[in-house]
Design a protein around this ligand. Structure first.
Ligand SMILES: C[S@@+](CC[C@H](N)C(=O)[O-])C[C@H]1O[C@@H](n2cnc3c(N)ncnc32)[C@H](O)[C@@H]1O
Length: 255
């Protein structure tokens, strides 16, 4: 049996794996077949319990690794992101695609999606999940770093769901997307401008992100707007920032 316990401290891994067989984790055992169901690590059970909030088609065969469970965008939010990025005849780039929580919905609202994922194993899960959702023909999966591949890419919208650096962000009153993200948010924005990758950039960020700091990254003539995202229980859970790089044209034609 494959045991994924990568999120446990090393000292606790043995105990975590052992507890699979104990009565502490009965919800991970399929009652009908007795099979151990993913995720195998007890620390992921809370995410597994919410699996249909993450992927409504989870039971059709969606596959998720430990990092994927922690980082996948809840489906209702991914659908809203896709509406913001919608381009029926256009292209979106999902620069940090993970296991595909956003990619599957971007592909439903755009003619084509370029999905970039640096981890080869996760990229395989992504490709599998695209097949589960029946939209793999509209998606190119690129394995590599977005920062290295970016200059060769073109799209209408660049979608960013970068790593937030773990759950530590929750402790801070205000999360600084420049100081606390590595690379900082401005690195992707700068690439988008310099290489004319896209006219618009949509970034999915921690709920406590400092909005003034984010807005300060917009240059003269660009616009930056925000949408607070809520979870299935209506609680604020994240922030979406939308940068429009094209000059904003006023009603009278001025810029
Ligand atoms: C927050 S997760 C994305 C989750 C995704 N939106 C979803 O719903 O499944 C961030 C992902 O970016 C990947 N990543 C990190 N650095 C990257 C880079 N430089 N280029 C491309 N992918 C990267 C990580 O491996 C991880 O899977």
């Amino acid at each position: 049996m494959d045991v994924h316990v990568g999120c446990e401290p090393r000292s606790r891994r043995k105990r975590a794996a052992h507890s699979l067989a104990s009565e502490e984790t009965p919800r991970l055992i399929d009652e009908a077949t007795g099979a151990v169901r993913p995720p195998f690590a007890p620390c992921l059970a809370a995410y597994y319990a919410r699996r249909f909030e993450l992927f409504s088609r989870y039971d059709a065969g969606v596959r998720v690794d430990a990092t994927g469970w922690f980082s996948v965008t809840p489906e209702q939010i991914a659908i809203a992101h896709a509406a913001t990025c919608a381009a029926p005849a256009g292209v979106a780039i999902d620069a940090f695609a993970g296991v595909g929580g956003n990619t599957v919905h971007l592909a439903e609202r755009c003619a084509h999606v370029i999905a970039v994922e640096i981890d080869a194993g996760r990229a395989e899960l992504l490709a599998h999940n695209l097949r589960v959702y029946g939209i793999s023909r509209r998606v190119d999966v690129l394995v590599g770093s977005f920062y290295e591949l970016a200059r060769g890419l073109r799209a209408d919208t660049l979608f960013l769901s970068p790593p937030w650096g773990g759950p530590g962000y929750r402790r801070d009153r205000a999360f600084d997307v420049e100081a606390q993200m590595s690379p900082p948010l401005s690195a992707a924005l700068e690439l988008a401008r310099t290489h004319r990758i896209a006219r618009r950039c949509v970034a999915f960020l921690p709920r406590n992100s400092d909005r003034k700091r984010i807005a300060s990254l917009a240059r003269a003539g660009e616009s930056c707007s925000f949408r607070a995202e809520v979870d299935a229980r209506g609680r604020p859970c994240a922030l979406t920032a939308v940068f429009d790089f094209e000059m904003v044209v006023g009603q009278d034609g001025t810029r």
